[in-house]
Design a protein around this ligand. Structure first.
Ligand SMILES: [Zn+2]
Length: 155
């Protein structure tokens, strides 16, 4: 018993507290096991960029540095690109986009849910045929035909 006490003296205070907790079965509310050691050990590679408490850091070969203004401009660009890849519908409630959603957004501006909602309205309005024709016109497959007709009517 006395030997145990002797050993404990040489323990790290945090460890000693832990051992006491286990031995006494008592939990001290103010006991905190520090994670700072763990945090510092997080390995960063040179060029890594990460955010910590709202500050953007970049890992250089000599240590981590706070990001400059130029890189905050970069984050604006990133934000712009993010907005470009978002559904345009104001009533959109898609939380996550699937790959096909992303393709649709880049082509039509709407995710699949919003696009089908819109198309549903068009169908209900009885304008589906016009819509389809408009889609064809937009993609230009009948454009050449129209153009030739216009020319011949001028002559
Ligand atoms: Zn949407």
């Amino acid at each position: 018993m006395s030997e145990k006490k002797f050993n404990k003296k040489f323990m790290h205070p945090t460890r000693r507290k832990l051992v006491d907790m286990v031995h006494n079965g008592e939990y001290q509310k103010d006991t905190q096991i520090s994670l700072s050691d763990v945090k510092e050990q997080t390995k960063r590679n040179v060029g890594d960029v990460w955010e910590e408490n709202g500050v953007i850091w970049e890992q250089k070969s000599y240590g981590r540095v706070k990001q400059s203004r130029a890189s905050s401009e970069l984050s604006k660009v990133r934000q712009y690109l993010e907005e470009k890849s978002k559904c345009r519908a104001t009533d959109c409630d898609s939380k996550k986009y699937s790959n096909s959603d992303k393709t649709l957004i880049s082509k039509t501006g709407f995710c699949s849910v919003c696009l089908s909602k819109r198309e549903q309205i068009i169908k209900l309005d009885g304008l589906w045929k016009e819509y389809e024709e408009y889609e064809i016109l937009k993609y230009g497959s009948t454009w050449n035909g129209c153009f030739t007709k216009m020319e011949s009517s001028i002559e």
